[in-house]
Design a protein around this ligand. Structure first.
Ligand code: CTP
Length: 398
């Protein structure tokens, strides 16, 4: 429940994309937010206030002068209660009003009265969006502190293809989560996370790899982003959607990952290496597909670079390095040995033999080791484990 105890006001204005806001409101409610929806009169022609009332279990406000709200002086009470206002879809007309302080209905009045963060998601025909008047108004809103959600491109309701679509509900919710879900304890901190497996090519058809799904690393990247960090996610091939608002650097082999880490390192304050990097790769990579020829095949393998080993040698002062250790036996002894050998500040140890830990699953059981400490965490979701790991890193850094 990432939005528990958060009050989100959604302002829906009169564009066809208003229909997407039903899903958005519902998703925000499911995340625990107290959601209030205000519609303009034109919005209420596209989608019924009853839809929002049913989904949010609250009165949907349209008329400034209606007397049946749960609040006295509703526009001021609601403006004060709001932790965030999301105006979506924001039509050119309402953007123009907001940019000039016009408050002639419930929605524009609440927005004008609110001091909380405000997001506006423009949604309209491409020509209207690109009109310099609209662009000027959007620039004015940015100056006044609004965050403008970039419109998506594609087939518009009018039949044109171009910029101006309201992004999908999940994307809008992502913007709200980034602003509200966590305290910004990592604001301005640059976090680099490696995740997933590497693939070591044998020929154009085959490769050596491992079972890493990338879930743990992606969860860490998301949690760090929510805490305000500037996140770089260096990821081997996975089936996951990367979290929003992180810089994704896709890599394939251990060699690629090594180059990406070397490049990111000077701009990194915290390095978390959750990737399962191959320790060996085929010594020869065939240019053409290897053909079978009756007998058995023996493959010579060579060592890959130990990325953390390199980091240990070249790390800059102030860099915090957290490694991961996956073992099938002697978990703590082996992990502590890696902590020392690779000069890590911390290592998260997990055993493939523990139920609920390891590859592919959504849970993990990790033990956080430092030079003089050991914290055993119980079975929890990878999202929760990511949060506990970052708590430990933040505590250690301070
Ligand atoms: N790692 C790395 N470069 C490699 C291999 C591993 O940076 N070529 C990192 C992993 O991302 C992880 C940590 O080292 O954070 C531990 O990985 P692991 O494979 O368990 O450790 P090794 O030192 O390779 O030990 P062993 O293979 O003996 O278990």
């Amino acid at each position: 429940m990432d939005l528990q105890n958060k009050c989100v006001v959604i302002g829906v204005t009169g564009g066809i994309a208003a229909y997407k806001m039903a899903d958005t409101a519902h998703l925000l409610c499911k995340l625990g937010a107290e959601v209030h929806v205000i519609m303009t009169e034109n919005a209420a022609k596209f989608i019924s206030p009853l839809t929002f009332e049913t989904l949010t279990n609250r009165r949907c406000m349209v008329d400034t002068f209606a007397r049946d709200f749960q609040y006295d002086v509703a526009h001021i009470s609601l403006a004060k209660a709001a932790d965030l206002i999301l105006v979506a879809p924001a039509t050119a007309n309402v953007i123009a009003k907001l940019a000039h302080g016009i408050a002639d209905d419930m929605l524009t009045t609440v927005v004008l009265a609110a001091r909380c963060p405000k997001l506006a998601a423009p949604s309209m025909n491409t020509a209207m969006l690109e009109n310099p008047v609209t662009q000027d108004n959007l620039a004015a809103l940015s100056r006044y502190g609004f965050e403008i959600v970039k419109p998506a491109s594609g087939l518009l309701a009018c039949g044109d293809v171009g910029k101006g679509k309201l992004p999908a509900p999940e994307e809008l919710v992502g913007h709200v989560l980034r602003r509200l879900a966590r305290e910004k304890t990592l604001s301005g901190v640059r976090v680099t996370v490696t995740a997933g497996p590497t693939q070591e090519a044998l020929d154009p058809v085959r490769f050596l790899t491992n079972h890493s799904s990338g879930k743990m690393g992606y969860a860490i990247a998301r949690e760090a982003m929510l805490r305000g960090a500037e996140v770089t996610l260096i990821t081997g091939p996975t089936a996951l959607n990367p979290p929003p608002f992180v810089q994704v650097v896709p890599v394939v082999s251990a060699k690629d990952m090594f180059s990406a880490v070397k490049k990111a390192l000077p701009k990194t304050d915290i390095l978390i290496k959750s990737a399962a990097v191959a320790d060996y790769r085929p010594a020869n990579q065939a240019a053409d597909k290897l053909k079978k020829d009756g007998g058995d095949l023996t493959l010579p393998l060579e060592r890959t670079d130990d990325i953390l080993g390199w980091v240990a040698q070249y790390r800059h002062p102030g860099l915090f390095v957290c490694g991961f250790s996956m073992e099938t036996r002697d978990l703590l002894e082996n992990s502590r040995r890696k902590l020392e050998k690779k000069r890590l500040d911390m290592i998260a140890a997990n055993s493939l033999r523990t139920e609920g830990a390891g590859f592919g699953v959504d849970t993990n059981v990790i033990t956080i080791l430092t030079a003089n400490g050991q914290q055993e965490l119980p079975l929890m979701s990878k999202a929760e484990a990511a949060a506990r790991l970052l708590d430990a890193i933040e505590a250690r850094r301070s």
